[in-house]
Design a protein around this ligand. Structure first.
Ligand code: SF4
Length: 275
């Protein structure tokens, strides 16, 4: 069986940057997991003494705190700034951007529509910079919402462009002035397009990434649409030999928070199956 990697996969710019910042900082804590990958978090702890705290109250005076790629809410940042702690900001610049946009647009009197998952840390952060934001996952959800004539909209970085267009179309049809900001991240597109292409030719697809990672789950859904034998695994231990029996081409892709060392272990284990 041939094993082929997608043209684009794995760590994106923001994650590489955050890990580098954390590794350079050493002996610190991240507020919430730095990235959505348990194994990489464990490695950072073991090799660089980078711990994890979930709440600001757990941060002690004099500590160094790293803010993760998804960013944090404005009030939490303020609370942190009021403590005597050293703050290292590893928020991805592509996440900081929608925070700045909604803050500015709110000041200018626009209603803010955010396309994304209200429970996702990135969106919680973006919402905190807006005045009375409306968060939706589809255009249908906008139908009963009261918005001003002037509307500005941003999207969660990992959302699908086609879905965002539906929301934008709805807003254009119903409002006099619409400011559209395409805040969807290219890294996500590139990994998704490459996964789509490869899953069309592969007869088994392995998607590697954290099961709590939104972009990994989207990669898995894209693969599953084109290749029914698609599997999402966090590491090599979840692989099953029977998935590969009788297959000719195994495609591999990985979420934006999956490190290369995990991808290599998965490929190594697939080769060991000798199918
Ligand atoms: S996927 Fe994009 S927005 Fe998210 S951390 Fe990576 S580069 Fe930043």
């Amino acid at each position: 069986m041939e094993i082929k990697l997608a043209k684009n996969y794995g760590f994106c710019f923001g994650v590489k940057r955050a890990i580098k910042i954390a590794e350079t900082t050493k002996n610190s804590n991240t507020l919430g997991p730095l990235i959505h990958n348990k194994k990489e978090i464990e490695r950072l702890k073991k090799e660089h003494n980078i711990g994890l705290v979930e709440e600001i109250d757990e941060v002690k005076e004099g500590d160094t705190v790293v803010i993760r790629t998804h960013g944090i809410a404005k009030d939490k940042l303020k609370k942190l700034q009021e403590k005597d702690v050293n703050i290292i900001d590893a928020t991805c610049p592509f996440v900081t951007k929608p925070q700045q946009i909604v803050e500015q647009m709110s000041k200018e009197g626009y209603s803010i529509v955010i396309f994304g998952d209200i429970n996702h840390p990135e969106i919680k952060g973006v919402m905190s910079y807006a005045k009375d934001p409306i968060v939706v996952l589809s255009a249908d959800e906008l139908k009963d919402k009261k918005l001003k004539e002037k509307v500005a909209t941003v999207a969660q970085t990992t959302r699908k462009f086609d879905e965002y267009k539906k929301i934008v179309n709805y807003l254009m049809e119903n409002h006099k002035e619409v400011r559209v900001f395409n805040t969807i991240c290219n890294a996500t597109f590139e990994n998704q397009d490459a996964a789509k292409e490869l899953s069309k030719e592969a007869d088994v697809m392995i998607v590697i990434g954290g099961k709590n990672s939104s972009n990994t789950k989207q990669l898995y859904n894209i693969c599953k649409e084109n290749c029914k034998d698609s599997y999402l695994v966090e590491d090599e231990n979840e692989l099953k030999k029977e998935w590969f029996e009788g297959k000719k081409l195994c495609g591999i892709t990985a979420g934006a928070s999956t490190p290369d060392w995990i991808i290599e272990k998965v490929i190594g284990k697939i080769r060991e199956f000798k199918v």
